[in-house]
Design a binder for this molecule. Structure first.
Ligand SMILES: [Zn+2]
Length: 302
């Protein structure tokens, strides 16, 4: 799903399309796929140009822009992109599919407590939201003839744990089997080798409160020449509300951060992140960051 057509290249200081970025790469002026940002003057949200550095022959998809950082509050692009994304998501999820069975399902990233999304969505069928995660979804879908069920990230993790699950997720019109859907980053030697593909990335992480919020810090990893702890930052403003955020409220996470192992070391958790891209190098090349669009894109086990 392409929603971003323009990005500012930090290497050439110009706003470019993906085709222009690809041309500048051929000329040798653009060398990094990570050095892009939002075109709004008051925003520096990082953008990755996925597939840009992949050999042209080996590209399954053309290069595309994707946000991997938070927009500033003043950013005017943010809202435009969100509207486009929501429309595309609804079209994608409501598209009639030929072989609907219990072997395919969609992601459900709706906030459990937020009914606003459901009532304001144009043209979407109310039955989609009420059927979420129901075991009888296949029976219903026979009657309605079209739509696969939607499952939250926690359900996908549960299915993955069962080992014998035979189910695929439909994401961006591609089917990804559950066996291929998960990537254990604890076992990846060099994070730079990971393909630009949507996956559920997971690994051991420690919960570290800091002045901006809560940081999940993963084990040290190689990313080309860099060795760093990949991390995911949850900003305070997103996790403040305890009743709304539940397991992801700052209060709950701080309790997790205080837990100790029998050797009196901080006790880690296992964090799962659904992301369109693997962890990314920061614009300055010094950090390795995960990006989660919403809290519903993250799940953890204690
Ligand atoms: Zn922005």
């Amino acid at each position: 799903m392409v929603t971003i057509t323009l990005a500012k290249s930090l290497e050439i200081g110009q706003i470019v399309t993906t085709a222009e970025a690809d041309h500048q790469r051929e000329l040798g002026n653009i060398k990094s796929k990570y050095a892009f940002e939002c075109i709004d003057e008051k925003c520096d949200a990082q953008i990755t140009c996925a597939n840009l550095l992949k050999e042209v022959k080996e590209r399954k998809k053309d290069p595309y822009f994707i946000y991997v950082g938070e927009h500033s509050d003043e950013c005017k692009e943010k809202e435009k992109i969100e509207i486009l994304e929501r429309e595309q998501q609804e079209r994608h999820d409501s598209r009639p599919r030929k072989y609907v069975s219990e072997k395919v399902a969609l992601f459900n990233f709706d906030k459990p407590s937020n009914k606003k999304v459901e009532t304001t969505s144009v043209g979407s069928n109310a039955s989609v939201s009420t059927r979420t995660d129901q075991p009888n979804a296949t029976e219903n879908s026979k009657q309605e003839g079209t739509r696969p069920s939607k499952k939250a990230l926690s359900t996908w993790v549960e299915l993955f744990r069962r080992k014998d699950s035979d189910i695929s997720v439909i994401y961006n019109d591609e089917e990804i089997h559950i066996r291929d859907l998960f990537i254990n980053i604890d076992e990846v030697k060099d994070l730079a080798d990971l393909e630009d593909e949507p996956r559920i990335y997971y690994g051991t992480a420690w919960v570290n409160p800091n002045k901006n919020g809560i940081q999940f810090t993963f084990r040290r990893k190689k990313f080309n020449e860099l060795t760093q702890n990949p991390s995911l930052m949850l900003y305070s403003n997103k996790i403040q509300n305890e009743s709304e955020n539940g397991r992801f409220s700052e209060k709950t996470l701080k309790k997790l951060a205080a837990r100790r192992t029998i050797n009196d070391k901080p006790q880690p958790i296992t964090v799962y992140i659904f992301s369109q891209l693997p962890p990314q190098l920061s614009k300055n090349g010094k950090f390795i960051n995960f990006y989660a669009k919403e809290l519903t894109y993250i799940y953890y086990e204690k």
